[in-house]
Design a protein. Structure first.
Lengths: 504, 103
């Protein structure tokens, strides 16, 4: 009941006129960047960082949360109307959603996506309220070595899960960790990887890193392979759905939520796995009912389930972010960096020291969900029109805002050069198939986990065995090793089962 | 990758996978966008936010926007609008350049 009272305090914070305004601004911006290709919530939050440092932290985080949830809603609109996902998390939605749209059922697809996102978002936020305090209680007993082990687990899980191959995930993570090392070492004052450039002594600003890899990298990548001519957008009116659509949607919504929240809350769970799982569950269940399955030609279950799973996992991602200071998605990583920007210590102490911030943000998630439902059902045609912006103007605008946000940080052209170099890196990673999220998480979580590692080692006076004496740390490290070794072991056993004839 | 294979480029939204001609990397457009951006970095201090017009114009034109005059008009409007919103509205410091005092 303690958390219920705190949540009510949170609503009191979030329901002030000013904070409602920021929540509305956040969800509108979030939906916009979710709908528009080439720009996502992580980059938007990063660009908002410099101009929100004058705000109250609560207001800023209410806006960020709105952007995060809004991006999830907006991504599905693009998936359904354009057959190209607005965000990686809505990739699965494009399968059935676009098939529905091409059969003239775009309005129903948009409606079940928006309503499913609302149901899942609300339920999952309620689960967050229930789960977070107990995780905080547990996490308060963590020592620095446990935190280090936890971030090792997050690194390995993220590299293994968010990528098609472990090697590529680890390569991306390594790049991120290296960028995170740039600057003065906080404990010894040594300059690392600065190449004698004085402007690099403070390290690479998170804003520059995220905006460079996402915005400039995307613009360069699009430049390299832009499709000429405008893509075909399915026209749509107001989103609505009939009684039979409701009857077919509500169970997939609930199943999607049940899959999305716990997987999203795991370190490295992400949104891709639960959406895919939800899709395959719905597909299998649809085949069982006797009547012919619509899957492949636009089944509403195939939109309802994955969309719910995707929003539930977004709420799940906030559990480790708020309770442990452990980001498991690029957007969560940027929000963590924002906490540090305000001088707040991420981790379980956050709930004790800044209850107004944490609970105000959680309450605003409920409010933001309602706002998003209202925005998305009647206004679907407005968002659909955004998809008709000519691509050269869209990407020129993205580059312009990226340059503006980064230049405004320090008024320094060196920052613009660093931005460009990171943009080239982001371009190369896209071009050669490296996933971006592990690099972003490495940049932000790397320095934090280094601090924990060195704190643990200085407590033990340099004795490395401290890392494996705590039972929690041992369990977490064993899990990380399992994540790394499992694919190798599976390949080995499969190799012997087929007599090793594959010769790989 | 370790075995010498090459990575599949990431699927993206504005990428046409089917058109064989487009599958080849268009290095010319990449170089153009790069040049425009680095030019912006070099000129933003002396020219002020006017350089944003050139940045927008350059990137949009490199990506194939035509006709030139309309691109230029949109670029001027965008630069002016961002200046008004961010400098006047939100108090973000951006360089004024030679138009100092005019705006």
């Amino acid at each position: 009941m303690e958390s219920f009272r705190l949540l009510m305090d949170g609503f009191a914070t979030a329901l002030t006129l000013e904070n409602l305004g920021y929540a509305l601004l956040g969800v509108i911006l979030g939906t916009l960047v979710g709908v528009l290709p080439g720009i996502g919530p992580a980059m938007t939050v990063a660009l908002l960082l410099p101009i929100t440092f004058n705000l109250e932290p609560v207001s800023a985080f209410i806006m960020f949360a709105g952007v995060y949830y809004g991006g999830m809603y907006g991504g599905s609109t693009t998936s359904i109307l354009l057959n190209t996902p607005g965000e990686s998390a809505s990739m699965i939605t494009a399968l059935e959603g676009n098939a529905m749209a091409r059969r003239g059922r775009a309005a129903q697809a948009l409606a079940t996506a928006a309503l499913g996102s609302f149901v899942a978002g609300t339920l999952a936020t309620a689960l967050l309220v229930v789960a977070a305090p107990s995780i905080v209680d547990f996490a308060l007993s963590f020592g620095p070595e446990d935190y280090f082990a936890l971030s090792v687990l997050a690194f390995t899980m993220i590299s293994a899960v968010l990528s098609r191959s472990l090697v590529r995930g680890l390569a991306s993570l390594g790049l991120g960790l290296a960028i995170g090392l740039v600057g003065i070492d906080q404990q010894t004052g040594q300059a690392r990887l600065t190449f004698g450039v004085p402007q690099l002594l403070d390290g690479v600003d998170v804003v520059i890193a995220v905006v460079g890899v996402f915005a400039i990298g995307e613009a360069l990548y699009v430049a390299s392979r832009l499709r000429r001519g405008t893509p075909e957008v399915v026209t749509v009116g107001r989103a609505w759905m009939g009684r039979s659509d409701w009857a077919r949607s509500w169970r997939p919504w609930l199943r999607g939520t049940a899959l999305g929240f716990p997987i999203g809350a795991l370190p490295g769970g992400g949104a891709e796995i639960p959406t895919f799982l939800s899709y395959s569950v719905e597909r299998r269940l649809a085949g069982r009912g006797g009547r012919p399955s619509e899957f492949g030609s636009g089944a509403i279950e195939g939109v309802a389930g994955p969309e719910a799973a995707n929003n539930a996992s977004a709420a799940g991602t906030l559990v480790p972010m708020l309770t442990l200071g452990l980001p498991t998605s690029a957007t969560a990583a940027v929000m963590l960096a924002a906490l540090q920007g305000y001088g707040l210590q991420p981790g379980p102490q956050l709930f004790d020291h800044n209850p107004a911030l944490v609970w105000g943000m959680i309450a605003s998630l409920f409010i933001g969900n309602v706002m998003l439902l209202v925005l998305n059902l009647p206004l679907a045609p407005v968002w659909a029109r955004m998809l008709r912006i000519p691509r050269p103007y869209l990407y020129a605008g993205i580059v312009l805002f990226a340059a503006l946000g980064v230049y405004a940080l320090n008024n320094s052209w060196v920052d613009l050069l660093v931005l460009y170099v990171l943009g080239v890196l982001g371009f190369a990673m896209r071009r050669y198939g490296l996933p971006l999220a592990p690099a972003i998480i490495g940049i932000i979580l790397g320095p934090l986990s280094e601090i924990q590692l060195r704190r643990a080692l200085s407590i033990s006076a340099g004795d490395a065995s401290v890392l494996v004496t705590s039972p929690i740390a041992v369990v977490l490290l064993v899990l990380s090793a399992a994540v790394l070794l499992l694919p190798v072991a599976r390949r080995l056993t499969r190799g012997t089962a087929t007599g090793g004839a594959a010769g790989r | 990758v370790l075995r010498g294979g090459h990575g599949d480029p990431e699927h993206s939204e504005d990428i046409d996978e089917s058109d064989v001609a487009v599958r080849n990397t268009d290095w010319r457009a990449v170089a153009l966008v790069s040049g425009v951006f680095l030019g912006f970095a070099a000129f933003v201090q002396p020219l002020g936010w006017i350089a944003a017009t050139l940045l927008f114009f350059g990137v949009a034109a490199s990506l194939g926007a035509r006709p030139w005059l309309r691109v230029l008009a949109v670029a001027v409007v965008m630069a002016f609008a961002t200046y008004l919103v961010f400098v006047r509205g939100l108090g973000v410091p951006l360089p004024n350049g030679p138009l100092e005092g005019v705006l």
